[in-house]
Design a binder for this molecule. Structure first.
Ligand code: SAH
Length: 248
């Protein structure tokens, strides 16, 4: 990543990207580039759309509130969406915003809200989740947007989860033991990994039994303290990515 230009602003655009492609910015994007970043004609940004890689695009100012971008050259080739699934009991507003952004930064390719007995908010605002995912991708040099799935019951999530996919079950009731060692035993799993974190009220015992019954479930402790669900998300994903994922 050394040669990556971390300073250039990055924008997700929903438009095809190729040499010379002209992208009309929406008002929000134009305002951000012209009035917040005060970029001038000829200055550039990085754009990505999740399909065509990342491109350097130059600004063509059309007026105080309008601007187009013109693709100059490609800076990075497109990469595949990560296979990591992050399943979670949705939290309330700001905590959910935070958790979604951190999961995307940590490399989740699919965000799966799961409704459990103690889940605080059973209605999930998918558009809000998507815009948080876009923001995290823009800020962290990520080239693909995660799939943001509709909320589903824990039962349905477990039923439809690929039996061979490792399910890292963050269980606040698990006896304290080294999660790194628990995951290191698994070795490389081509079927991929899913991580599940429960609600602020934790899992019920029958939910615990349901998750543990998943064929490739690995129950992990995240230490002797009870972490807030959004803290647990970052802790669990850091361990998973370093032992089984793209941090190693
Ligand atoms: N019943 C507690 C637990 C909720 S913590 C409470 O009411 O505060 C929310 C979620 O974060 C848990 O369901 C679990 O998935 C995860 N988590 C928190 N601390 C953990 C730990 N020490 N080990 C494993 N998972 C943990």
């Amino acid at each position: 990543m050394a040669d990556y230009d971390f300073n250039a602003p990055r924008l997700f655009v929903d438009a095809p990207l190729h040499e010379g492609a002209r992208i009309a910015l929406d008002r929000g994007q134009a305002n951000y580039l012209l009035n917040v970043l005060r970029l001038k004609t000829g200055e550039g940004v990085l754009v990505f759309n999740g399909q065509d890689g990342e491109w350097r695009a130059d600004i063509a100012v059309e007026g105080r509130k309008a601007a187009d971008l013109v693709c100059a050259h490609r800076t990075r080739g497109q990469t595949a969406r990560p296979s990591l699934i992050y399943a979670f009991a949705p939290l309330k507003h700001a905590r959910l915003d935070y958790m979604v952004q951190k999961a995307v930064e940590m490399g989740a390719g699919t965000l799966q809200p799961v409704i459990t007995r103690r889940t605080q908010s059973t209605r999930v605002n998918l558009e809000r989740m998507r815009s948080n995912a876009v923001e995290a991708a823009e800020q962290c040099g990520i080239l693909t947007l995660p799939e943001v799935r509709e909320e589903e019951s824990l039962e349905l999530f477990l039923k439809t989860l690929d039996k061979d996919r490792v399910l890292v079950f963050c269980d606040e009731d698990a006896p304290v033991s080294n999660p790194v060692q628990a995951l290191a035993k698994l070795g490389n799993n081509p079927a991929g990994v899913a991580v599940i974190v429960g609600p602020e009220g934790g899992f019920t015992d029958q939910e615990r039994a349901l998750v543990a019954a998943h064929e490739s479930c690995v129950r992990v402790s995240l230490g002797p303290r009870i972490l807030r669900a959004d803290t647990a998300a970052v802790a669990a994903l850091a361990i998973v990515q370093s032992v089984l994922g793209d941090w190693s």
